[in-house]
Design a protein around this ligand. Sequence first.
Ligand code: FAD
Ligand code: EGU
Length: 452
Amino acid sequence: MEETTGRSTKKKVVVVGGGLVGALNACFFAKRGFDVEVFETREDIRIAKVVKGRSINLALSHRGRQALKHVGMEEKIVSKGIPMHARMIHSLSGKQSPIPYGRKGQFILSVDRANLNKELLTGKIFFYSSAKVFVTYVAAIFLRSDGSNEQIKADLIVGCDGAFSAIRKQFLRRSRFNYSQTYIPHGYMELTMPPINGEFAMKPNYLHIWPRNTFMMIALPNLDKTFTCTLFMPFEEFEKITTGDEVIEFFQKYFPDTIPLIGVDALKTDYFRLPAQAMVSIKCSPYHIGDKCVLMGDAAHAVVPFYGQGMNAGFEDCLVFEEIMDQLNEDFSTVLPEYTRVRVPDDHAIADLAMYNYVEMRAHVNSKWFLFRKRVDNILHFLMPKTITPLYTMVTFTRTRYHEAVDSWHWQNKVRHFLKMCLLFRLCHFFFPAYNLLFRGRCSFCLSILVL
Ligand code: FAD
Ligand code: EGU
């Protein structure tokens, strides 16, 4: 085994995983002047054309953008993203209703995963690819395809190798490491909606949503004027559909407006191209071992995609680490524990929120309910902008710490409940004269406080 050690006096960081978060991390460490090496088991994504599995496009919002901005990549990525100013809710009858994300000028972006990954990896970084990587928390062992290997010692190993992290496996062998994972009963499948006469088949600047309780579809626009539609449903239901005709029958029942847009023939074949993919939620702590190794991105916290925050949270991980590096002068022995202390509660909060939203959507969100809730949220925010800020606004358009957003939301729920009760007692006063006899002298306000 040949050993490669300090060719230079610069501190060496090995980033394991060249996905979105690994690639961004490489930028952060390179910018600080560290010697950075990225290990990736897939073939070199800077030259490879097609990336299998994983979602094709993603919603990029404020947290992700702030992290990109820090390494000077924001403009480059934003210019290749498609702004989505609102959701477009598709009802079963085919009616489309837009619900803005925020004030005029507020939007999220649909970005291409492969392009984003490529842009973040291009240039400066030494890259090992198409090989197996074994990692201990002091060194990465790189196995070449010809059977030879090389051990690389690093000052820091950053585990960004995704939800099924090999680095995290090293953590699991140690004492006092907390870990939990939950697979949800739903799977997802991606279908492409081609352009019609060279134009987008639906309005491009929206996140299109078909909320149907247990079944849900979401579509994000791509630069080539296609939409990537993601169908979410229980594996059980995926398995029930075994023929092309059953696919059409299913779409006829739940997503009839999309059949002519995706195309009958395309639907019949694309549905069977890849099996439905699983979704997992993973939480763990701590995120570090000594001053040697740290987890970020999905390796530290896989979340279900029902808040559009997985990548954004992973990018914010890198930014939070960067901020702590500044505060503590790049001293890994204090930076790593501080990173765990600060970040674990926030990552756990977004994992919980995403799971909560999954349960909520699946339980009783059809298009009417979705529209109603979002409208009430927006009206309350308009009436009391200081008191009520919708949760998705804090999550999507600010860097409010995730756990604080959750605390604030719980408090707001109390206010909302109070307002609801005020309204209810008012209505009672109005409609039932007997009610006045019963609660004479007590105003609806006091009663509402009582039931808080
Ligand atoms: P990954 O992207 O999984 O990258 C990990 C990399 O590590 C891969 O390249 C892998 O090949 C490599 N690797 C694995 N093992 C090893 C090893 N042993 N050695 C070396 N390399 C290894 N997030 C959003 O913010 N917005 C969205 O709209 C959104 N939509 C989503 C929709 C769906 C259907 C899904 C499933 C997820 C969505 N996400 C979204 C979440 C987002 O995809 C992830 O959070 C993000 O990809 C995490 O990046 P990562 O770099 O941590 O992990
Ligand atoms: C799921 C899969 C609408 C891309 C959550 C909203 C998502 C995305 C929402 C996927 C929903 C759900 C939010 C954004 C975003 C909404 C959000 C979800 C992008 C609460 C490619 N979600 N997603 N919430 O508010 O905050 O529009 O696959 F249907 S972007 Cl599930 Cl903001």
